[in-house]
Design a protein around this ligand. Sequence first.
Ligand code: FAD
Length: 604
Amino acid sequence: FFAIERLIMSLVELKVPDIGGHENVDIIAVEIKVGDTVALEDTLITLETDKATMDVPADAAGVVKELCVKVGDKISEGGVIAVIEAAGAAAAAPAPAAEAPKPAAEAPKAAAPVPQAANFSGSADAEYDVVVLGGGPGGYSAAFAAADEGLKVAIIEQYSTLGGVCLNVGCIPSKALLHNAAVIDEVKHLAANGIKYPAPEIDIDMLRGYKEKVIGKLTGGLAGMAKARKVDLIKGFGEFVGANHIEVKLTESSEYEKATQTGEKKTIAFKNAIIAVGSCVVNLPFIPQDPRIVDSTGALELRQVPEKMLIIGGGIIGLEMGTVYSTLGARLDVVEMMDGLMQGADRDLVKVWEKMNAHRFDNIMINTKTVGVEAKEDGIYVTFEGAKAPKEPQRYDLVLVAAGRAPNGKLCGAEKAGVAVTERGFIEVDKQQRTNVSHIYAIGDVVGQPMLAHKAVHEGHVAAENCAGHKAFFDARVIPGVAYTDPEVAWVGVTEEIAKRDGIKITKSVFPWAASGRAIANGRDEGFTKLIFDAETGHVIGGGIVGTHAGDMIGEICLAIEMGCDAEDIGKTIHPHPTLGESIGMSAEVALGVCTDLPPQKKK
Ligand code: FAD
């Protein structure tokens, strides 16, 4: 056996392909090392020419035996990147357990145990080129993209509307409420300019109605777009019963997150499936059932405005909902196990938010755990432990549990299709969004952090293109994060915290909004715009903005990072005046030492 296996092993040189005639191009990243297993199309190195960067993919699969390049080297077409020991198809990997496997070289490595697919021998009620399980932002985007490629597509969704968590109980309803809160707060600020309004009269039913109208407009639009693309919507709870079949228990649902099964079933056959089942709220085991204890969905229902509200979890979702309730009249406490709120963002950004929002809070308890929750007639009593814990249990009228979300990978029978699911419920995928079963893809919250809608949509497009036979990859350099609080906090790429943790040498430049004409005119000059550069290459690799509309502006820094821009590229791009967006250009000018909107900088 060994003799035969050795015969079909061979050493192969992986070389730089045609790169459009560029010579001696800089290698700015090397993604492999000796001993790595490389799959077909895995990125080997990243090259950079004058204005663009490009990833060089592997054109053979195998184990890296020799690495012939390093970061900083220059290389041209035909240059050898690495030598791999390639295996013949027969020995490359055991055949996947699922039906209709694709070539073994395309299968990703999955750390989770690989289950044996169930043998399904029944008949199907319908057959599709692509079946998407879950109609959230990842799922509907994948389905629509696949239909636009000319494929026959169905979406299986258990609830009444498309849009998933994001449109129904997440991004959109929270922003509809935050918009109203922001206007109320803005109007209050006008008093300082001599424009005084009486305190607002809040009709909470009408406000809830506005939020519902926003959701209805968007989800109705999605249903129309599905119809226009001839994407079939199958309303029911789907579970894999084999590697090419899903059984759907049909449901009736009048509201999102509420559905009853009708008792009818349908079996759907597919050539490709895309798992887009998303995530659900993490419930803490010691928290009792009580209408005064809600998760984010319950908070968005806006049933009451409490006098005293506790937010368990100082992340984005909790702080956004806290902003809404506080503007409507609630006093807030927040408890967070970690050493700061809004983890992930640099502390200098968060500090500005904290200063502006101190008036909303009675108690900010960081490094503190919630250890007991008791529902009594006069309120919910909560006990804490840790650095900032009050000694006595505290009484609240409303408690929002915003302690994170868990993936739904274990709730859709994925293992019966041979798809590996981790202990925690994540489904591992390769850069093409393929699971270990090569005709089954997974996207969105169920494949990992960050659990954000814009990541799910991009992954959905990649999966759809691959279903259509293209070679698409999810190779975003950065994924931005935004807290839509007041002020907004937005960040992307390498933060100062990441640079410190990973030993990345950086330089940074900061433009304070106290020098921005537009921010001053708006009466909101507390913010700043920060750019982070690679100290060696000068390329922008991160950025953060705190201030009004920060989330609308961070996209420019994302683009700059993707395009490999340096300070000169950004600083010499003419930004319109007077805008908040101008602060990105000015921050780049600060990096160059040429910002004329600030006092003279010290010569370096
Ligand atoms: P989901 O949106 O979770 O959709 C999955 C869908 O699959 C659901 O509709 C579910 O019913 C369906 N499903 C699951 N299993 C089955 C099954 N077996 N059969 C049939 N149907 C099934 N992200 C942002 O980017 N920006 C924000 O501002 C933002 N704000 C948020 C605010 C809140 C309060 C919350 C809770 C989340 C927020 N998010 C935000 C996160 C965002 O909502 C998610 O990242 C996004 O919805 C994930 O999309 P998805 O397609 O992976 O899954």
